[in-house]
Write a protein that binds this ligand. Structure first.
Ligand SMILES: [Zn+2]
Ligand SMILES: [Zn+2]
Length: 66
């Protein structure tokens, strides 16, 4: 058992497995922050089918094209 912060384990935001999430780099030019979106089968939550579990705090409007 290791506790690295890779793609294994559960998402801290929504408790779905990390491997049903998609990661994309922020669309703002030069920004390297990774966004993370839940794509759990059937939707993440009733309110948010695709929940954004991690966004860029500097560029909240620069959501990547998933
Ligand atoms: Zn999540
Ligand atoms: Zn989820």
């Amino acid at each position: 058992m290791t506790t690295n912060s890779g793609a294994k384990g559960e998402c801290q935001e929504c408790n779905h497995w990390n491997n049903v999430h998609k990661s994309r780099v922020c669309r703002a030019p030069g920004c390297r922050v990774m966004w993370k979106r839940c794509q759990a089968p059937g939707g993440c939550t009733e309110e948010e089918f695709y929940k954004i579990c991690k966004s860029c705090s500097d560029h909240p409007g620069a959501e990547p094209e998933w």
